[in-house]
Structures are given as C-alpha cells and as structure tokens.
Write a protein that binds this ligand. Structure first.
Ligand code: A3D
Length: 316
C-alpha cells in the first residue's frame, strides 16, 4: 500500500542530527525530514543521504530545509538543535541560549504536528525536555529525553572491554539525570545472567562507573572540538525503533515522573516501556538506601537546573 511509511523529522542537522538520519537510513526505518536554521546544511545533508539510499537498497525519502511546514504530520520529532559553549560564554549564557532555541522550535513545530511523539536530545538534556514539555503541553506519553540509552550503552561497552566478553550478553541500566549525578546501577547489571559483582572486583566496578559518568567528557577531550555523536544518535534510533515498530522495549529514558520513585513534575532517567504510543509505562525498581540517596540527589540537581533555566527565561 502506498503512503504507509512513517516519517521522522530531525530538528538540528549537525553532528547528532545527521548521524541519526544516517542510522535511520541504514535501518530503513522511516522517511526523514532534516531541519536546520542553516537551510543549506539541512538541504545538502538530505541530498547527500538520499543519494546514498540506492546503495542501501532503501526507498526512504530524505528532504531538508528550514521551514517547519516540511515536518507536517511526523510520527516522531527528534530535537538535536543547540549551541555548544563558545569561548567567553558562561554556563548560564549557554543554558539561556539553548532554552531560547528550544522554545522557538517547539512553538514553530507544534501547529504542524498535533500528534507526534517528541524525543529531545539537546543539552542540558533533562532541563531541555522539561522546557519542551512546558511549551508543547502534550501528555507525558509523547515526550521523552534520550540519555539513558546512551549512558547504558557506554556502561556496557566498558564492561565488555574490561571482561573481554560479548556486549550482547550484558544487561545494564543507568538511572538519574544526564550528567555527573547519573547512576549506573551495578546491582542491576548482569553478564549472561551472572551478576557483575561475581565477575569484577569492587575497585574495577567503581572505575567503570566513574568512566561511564565521564564518558562524554573523555570523548570531548580527545576530539578537542565537537562532542560524541555516533553513540548518541544510535541511542535515539534505538528509541525510534521501539516506537515506530511498537517493540515494547524497556529502555532508560528521561521521562516525566508523576508519583513514581516518590517524585512529581520532574523529567529524569528511569526505565521506560516504549512502544507505539511512546512512553507506555514507567517501571519502578527497588533501590537500596545508597542508590536511593544518589537518585534523590540527581533529581534535586535536575530540579535546580530547571529552576535556574526558568528564571533566566523570565528575565530575558
Ligand atoms: P552541532 O553539530 O553543533 O549541531 C547543532 C545544530 O543545531 C547546528 O547545525 C545548528 O545550526 C542547529 N541549530 C541551532 N539553532 C537552531 C534552530 N533554532 N533551529 C534549527 N536548528 C538549529 O551539535 P551536535 O549535533 O553535536 O549536538 C546537538 C545537541 O545535542 C547539543 O545540545 C549537544 O550537547 C546535544 N547532545 C546530547 C547528548 C545526550 O546524550 C543527551 C549527546 C550528544 C549531544
């Protein structure tokens, strides 16, 4: 049947946005619309990718531009637009700039997409997804932030490297905000069903947890300019596959808590059941006292950041 393909629009066609589009094409997932404030960039990348589709044996369409009307009736919208810190720019300046960009995008895109599911990637992640939710005013089922899938993937990669085992057998979970306060959960990590604590010393476990928390920084310091994009983009595409194919996967995503984990009105990384409706359920897992204290600390740091962002927006 014609016209049954789903459409994914990606706002921000920089490193993360264009890598998302590449993985979507490679997995033949959906038609793609790339949007960027730099129209030529979005159009050029779209044309380049579309030219690759015959060699992928793919029939997906890829269009690009800067006009939000191109995104009309998307199944999913991925927002990766944002600025990176420039010399002389304070953390608050960057927070305000990215918040203004997020606000403009959400206001511009909403009229064309009454029922889309949104995946936010722009940083600071938990604050940006919270702002997008304030502007879009959509049910929590249709708005998620991507971070936990990436952080869990880094955690698994470092475990596989250390133990010299296949990544396929590793099951792991990272909760909390996307940043220093994230919580890689050793107690929920297994390799082929064997608890990690059986396979690694406590010192080795601690080292891997620390490396996971600083995974993004390690890459930034090697690259010198820019930041990670292959793994973040694949994190988005894992979420997209779960939604577009109604896979009912349990993935760590930033989602709005409405009583779960004893919290309300905050977006933070938790295990989510993802399917065709978007967020179908937040899974609550038991945490020991230490894990719970760390989770609460992480939630507080997200709340503080959102408060700071809202004050900056009010003053601007
Ligand atoms: P970059 O390659 O600079 O791309 C950002 C793009 O956004 C550029 O092409 C800009 O032209 C575009 N842009 C800026 N303003 C607008 C606007 N108003 N409308 C449309 N497009 C606009 O950055 P990147 O792709 O490396 O990173 C993008 C964002 O993702 C940043 O905020 C990163 O910090 C964030 N990021 C998050 C993660 C997570 O795990 C949460 C990982 C990697 C990157």
């Amino acid at each position: 049947m014609l016209n049954q393909r789903k459409k994914v629009s990606i706002i921000g066609s920089g490193f993360v946005g264009s890598s998302c589009a590449t993985w979507i094409l490679a997995r033949d997932l959906a038609d793609i619309c790339l949007i960027d404030v730099n129209e030529g960039l979005a159009k050029g990348k779209a044309l380049d990718l579309y030219s690759a589709s015959p060699n992928m044996s793919s029939d997906i369409s890829v269009v690009g531009g800067s006009d939000y009307s191109l995104t009309e009736n998307s199944s999913v919208i991925v927002i990766t637009a944002g600025l990176t810190r420039k010399p002389g720019m304070s953390r608050s300046d960057l927070l305000l700039k990215n918040a203004e960009i997020m606000k403009d995008i959400c206001q511009g895109i909403k009229p064309y997409n009454p029922s889309a599911i949104f995946i936010i990637v722009s940083n600071p992640l938990d604050a940006m997804v919270s702002l997008a939710h304030q502007i879009l005013k959509i049910p929590r089922e249709r708005i998620l932030g991507m971070a936990g899938v990436l952080d869990s993937s880094r955690f698994k990669a470092f475990i596989a490297e250390k133990l010299r085992v296949s990544t396929k057998d590793i099951s792991a979970l990272v909760l909390g905000g996307h940043g220093d306060s994230m919580l890689p959960l050793i107690n929920y990590t297994t390799v082929g069903g064997v608890p990690l604590s059986v396979l690694m010393s406590e010192t080795e476990q601690k080292d891997i947890v620390e490396r996971t928390k600083k995974g993004g920084e390690e890459i930034v310091s090697l690259l010198k300019t820019g930041s990670a994009h292959y793994a973040p983009a694949l994190g988005v595409v894992e979420m997209l596959s779960a939604i577009l194919k109604d896979q009912k996967r349990i993935l760590a995503c930033s989602a709005l808590l409405e009583s779960e984990y004893g919290e309300r009105g905050v977006f933070v990384g938790v295990p989510c059941l993802l399917g065709g409706k978007g967020l179908e359920k937040i899974i609550e897992i038991p945490l020991n006292n230490e894990e719970e204290a760390q989770f609460k600390k992480s939630v507080k740091s997200v709340r503080d950041l959102v408060k700071e962002m809202n004050q900056l927006l009010k003053k601007s």
